[in-house]
Design a protein around this ligand. Structure first.
Ligand code: ZN
Length: 505
């Protein structure tokens, strides 16, 4: 077999595996968006079957032989080439997947699908007991998964690595400690001046059809196209894709609050833009997705906050929002609206948290995940542990599990180790923003004029197009010149923004 034939053989096999993962995504999207509840049990089997076939194909000895045979070819190619990157990343995936028995991988997929369904109804009835057996199963499976690998410094390292390759728990802990030291005093200073910002304009009666239309008008300016994207309601917003020309965004609406759907949509759009911006040459390969969840969240958090919660963006959007809800916001000026969308209000719900308290929402989940894994308390006591930490970190009393420990979908899906990436992404978003400003000194003025394509195209050029060719650290290095999540720019951004809004000295 020539090297070229061997490479094409590998690529064809990977394309089929990629097809199977996209089929899984479609089944998952359908389950969260359109499937009637009666489909849950069979859907879990379908997802398990597709997942099993994909895992069997990836871990097949044929893949190992092809990779071995291509080692010389890889070495002869530039590191940055699509071909060398495909071989390199596949070797990483192959070696990792080989550690996990197909039976375990299949069971994890099956339980995740059943558990997602159980979570949705437990959350709707605010009944932790109904979800507990599924959580127990999930954590037990996670422990078995951790045991598949060489012992790491901490068991949590193995789980974190799934979402943020190459970043150990100890490093995340150090980053979070630094962040806490900076934001806790800032939150306290803002709390003393809580009355300085009035956000009543965000509450009222906002009919959902008009909310959807307004959100769509924002998304279209960001880069959403009607022939390449979809936008649907769901219980817990997410973004996914079935291909570079088929990006799916979801959001949720509250009729009495305009902020949740708008900022949620902007967030998911940031994920969508990352995936839509991947080079078409990477389609149907394992390189055709974001390099890590932390880098992914840097994009969602950038569009949601650095762009979405800026004065510049609302210079453009506020007149359109007023037109969408005639008579309701007539007396609201730009400054009042800008302050309202940035009001700091320690609250119950992570995805609705302001930028300042958001970090603490994540820190408490990061800590609880490690404790669940180590068995620090019986899982039945998780709501108590959750509520106690909410009280201590945010001063908030949790009235029920639906707005407490059951609010997020992640643990039902087996996504343990995912939450830290939200804060890592927020940190990276500020590092990337600094670079964007240096490259485009006119950026704020462009945004105020409703011109978002220069930013989007810059991001595509420096980041999106690479997909998963490079590790998260390599990718961060390419964009920012540093391969570390540096808290400095993020803390600087938060301090400047909130000192101004709350007129702190
Ligand atoms: Zn996100």
């Amino acid at each position: 077999m020539t090297l070229q034939t061997r490479f094409l053989d590998l690529k064809a096999r990977l394309a089929e595996i990629h097809d199977l993962t996209r089929v899984s995504s479609l089944l998952g999207w359908d389950q969260a968006v359109t499937m009637p509840p009666g489909g849950a049990a069979v859907r879990a089997e379908q997802m398990a079957t597709v997942g099993r076939i994909a895992h069997e194909r990836l871990t097949s000895p044929d893949i190992g032989r092809l990779l071995d045979g291509l080692a010389g070819y890889e070495a002869s190619l530039p590191y940055e080439s699509d071909e060398a990157s495909l071989i390199r990343v596949t070797r990483y995936d192959y070696e990792r997947a080989r550690q996990v028995p197909t039976e375990l991988r299949t069971e994890m997929t099956r339980v995740a699908s059943l558990s997602r369904h159980a979570w949705a109804s437990a959350r709707a009835s605010s009944d932790f007991g109904a979800f507990l057996p599924f959580l127990q199963q999930t954590i037990d499976l996670k422990k078995r998964y951790v045991d598949c690998f060489e012992p790491a410094a901490e068991p949590y390292d193995v789980l974190l690595d799934e979402f943020e390759r190459g970043l150990p728990t100890s490093e995340v802990r150090a980053i979070f400690t630094q962040l806490k030291q900076a934001i806790v005093p800032l939150i306290a200073a803002v709390a003393d001046r809580a009355e300085a910002v009035d956000d009543r304009c965000l509450y009222g009666h906002f009919p959902i059809p008009q909310q959807r239309e307004f959100c769509l008008s924002v998304l279209r300016r960001f880069g959403y196209t009607d022939d390449g994207w979809r936008f649907d309601p769901t219980a817990h917003p997410f973004a996914t894709n079935m291909g570079l020309g088929d990006i799916r965004l979801t959001t949720r609406y509250y009729e009495d609050n305009i902020a949740v759907s708008v900022f949620g949509s902007m967030h998911e759009c940031g994920h969508g833009l990352y995936e839509a911006g991947i080079a078409p040459s990477l389609e149907r390969t394992p390189l055709c997705r974001g390099t890590s969840l932390g880098i992914h969240e840097s994009q969602s958090r950038l569009w949601e906050n650095l762009v979405g919660r800026s004065r510049a963006a609302w210079t453009c959007f506020l007149p359109e929002l007023k037109a969408a809800f005639p008579g309701q916001l007539d007396s609201v000026d730009l400054e009042t609206f800008y302050r309202a969308i940035n009001k700091v209000k320690p609250g119950l719900i992570r995805v609705e948290a302001d930028e300042l308290t958001y970090g603490l929402q994540v820190v408490l989940r990061f800590e609880l995940e490690q404790e669940m894994l180590s068995g620090a308390f019986p899982l039945a006591e998780l709501p108590d542990a959750w509520n106690a930490r909410m009280k201590s970190y945010l001063g908030v009393d949790v009235p029920d599990v639906a707005s407490g420990v059951l609010q997020d979908v992640h643990w039902s899906l087996g996504y343990v180790g995912y939450f830290p990436t939200y804060v890592l992404g927020s940190i990276a978003s500020a590092q990337i923003w600094d670079k964007a400003l240096a490259a485009m000194p006119d950026l704020s003025a462009q945004i105020a004029r409703g011109e978002f394509s220069p930013l989007r195209e810059w991001l595509r050029q420096v980041l999106h197009r690479h997909g998963r060719k490079f590790t998260p650290k390599e990718t961060l290095q390419k964009v920012t010149g540093s391969d570390t999540f540096d808290v400095g720019p993020y803390v600087g951004y938060l301090t400047k923004k909130y000192s101004e809004i709350y007129e702190l000295r």
